[in-house]
Structures are given as C-alpha cells and as structure tokens.
Design a protein around this ligand. Structure first.
Ligand code: ATR
Length: 265
C-alpha cells in the first residue's frame, strides 16, 4: 500500500483526503491519503521524516509551502513561484512541484476558456503568484492588480511580460481582457467582490480561487455580465488531479474526485 499525505498547520479541515481517496477507489489503487500537522518550523524535518518512512507523496499547505523549497529539488515552476505544494518521493531525492498554477489553468481549460490573450490576476500573495506564473507559461499576457500596488509591481517584475497595477486600474484592464482570476481572499468572509460589477463583460472567463462559498459575489456578477464562470472548487480539484497524476502515473478519475470534493462543500 502507498501512503500519500498533506502537511499543514492547521490541517484538520482539509478536503484533500476524501478527494484523493475517491480517486484511489475509482481506479482500484492500493493507497491511503492522510494528514500530518508538524510544528510550524518543522517543514524540512517533516519532508525528511516522510522520505525515511517511505511516504510516496506529500501535498504541502500553509505555512510550509515556502520552507519546503529548501528541503526538495524544486522544478522550474515551483522555483519561480517560490512555493511547493506537491512533493514526489519516487526518485532518489524528493522533488518539489507547484500544482496550484496548473490547477488554475486546467480549471479554466475544462470550462472551454481559451488561454490566449490577456489575463488579469487580482492578488499578489501566494495564490496570485502561482496563477500569474501559470497563465504566463501558457503564453498569456498577465496584468497583476493588487490592493498594495507595490506588491503587484514586484510580482510583475518576475513574470514574463507582466505589468503591475492598483485595484483602481481594474475597469481599464478588464476592458480588453480575456481571463480574470481572483486570487485574493475577498469574497470568503463577506459577500463582497474585489472587482466592480460594471467592469465585467461577456467575453471574459472568470475564475474565483475562493471556494467557500462556491458562489461568490464576483461569480454572480460575472454570470450576470454573461461571462464564463469557474468556481474555486475547480482549481482545488485540478491541483489535486495534477498531484494525483504525477504520483500515480495514471490519468486521474476527475469525475469521482470532483464528486467527493463537492459533496463536502
Ligand atoms: P494567499 O496565499 O491565499 O494568496 P496572502 O499571501 O495572504 O494569501 O495574499 C492575500 C491576497 O489577498 C493579497 O493579494 C492581499 O492584498 P495585499 O497584498 O494588499 O494585502 C489580498 N487581499 C486580502 N484582503 C483584501 C481586501 N480586503 N481587499 C483587497 N485585497 C485583499
């Protein structure tokens, strides 16, 4: 039996165990997915310990995503993002990957949103970084807008052809944009949107990384404007799907994993 897991602190409420285990069950893979809560300064020790115990793969969440970088051989995307959310122990040295980036692009593509033209990413924190690099790697021109404008510039400086902006620039940026991603926490705790409703239009594909609630104010406004909407559970699903496929070498049973996830949201 293979053991996969998630390290986070706190880790209790994670949706990853039921999502991955539904995948194992659907494909008859002999594996379990468990959660671990190392001390907050224990990222490297946790990775080493997992390797010693024969754990096959780890997902990584807050607060360990940056610290794990130093304990693994990161791939180019994880190194550029500066964060690892998936560790693979199948080779000699553990390798580090960031499936949040591909989670966003696969979620959009699964809804027939073309990844060409211009993408506006709202937010320049951890999620914003992953999404900005992911969309730029697809060849999109990325515009980062953030409440703290300096952080948008700092991120844009690292991403190919990207530019940084304040939130005030959103109406202008969105006028000719093809994709919009909310990578802030706005919409999670209150029924607010980081984007003015009248800046949205029907040619946009809109992904909200927030998945609680599933239907955020932004997505309601986007649907009203005739845009294609993609909720945050799709991004969560596809980051898991991408990790599952890397670890097992098999095509993930996306429907079974999606069902297990949505049952719990
Ligand atoms: P995560 O890892 O989920 O991205 P984070 O690194 O703390 O979390 O980043 C949170 C993001 O949400 C940031 O872009 C933050 O903007 P600031 O850089 O200005 O802090 C954004 N954010 C949080 N609350 C916000 C609010 N009320 N309005 C606008 N942006 C907000």
């Amino acid at each position: 039996m293979d053991v996969y897991g998630l390290i986070g602190n706190p880790v209790g409420h994670s949706l990853s165990p039921p999502m991955h285990e539904a995948g194992y069950e659907a494909l008859d893979v002999d594996a379990r997915y468990v959660t671990f809560e190392p001390p907050k300064d224990g990222a490297a020790a946790a990775v080493e310990g997992a390797a010693d115990l024969g754990v096959a793969g780890l997902n990584v969440t807050i607060p360990f995503k940056q610290d794990v970088l130093a304990a693994v051989e990161p791939d180019s995307l994880a190194r550029r993002i500066g964060a690892v959310n998936t560790v693979d122990f199948s080779g000699g040295e553990p390798t580090g990957h960031n499936t949040d980036a591909v989670g966003a692009t696969r979620a959009l593509r699964a809804h027939d949103v073309a990844l060409s033209g211009t993408a506006v990413v709202v937010g320049a924190g951890g999620a914003g970084r992953a999404v900005a690099f992911g969309l730029a790697d697809e060849g999109m021109t990325v515009r980062v807008a953030n409440r703290t404008e300096s952080k948008a510039h700092d991120l844009a400086d690292e991403v190919r052809e990207a530019t940084g902006h304040s939130l005030d620039a959103l109406p202008e940026l969105l006028a000719d944009a093809d994709v919009l991603v909310n990578a802030t926490s706005v919409g999670m705790e209150s029924d607010e949107s980081p984007v003015p409703a009248d800046a949205l239009h029907g040619d946009l594909g809109v992904l909200d990384a927030v998945y609680r609630p599933l239907e955020t104010r932004l997505l309601r406004d986007a649907a009203d404007a005739g845009a294609t909407t993609v909720d945050g559970a799709w991004m969560l699903l596809y980051q898991g799907v991408e990790a599952f496929e890397r670890w097992t070498g098999r095509e993930a049973p996306v429907d079974a994993m999606n069902e297990a996830l949505r049952e719990r949201l």
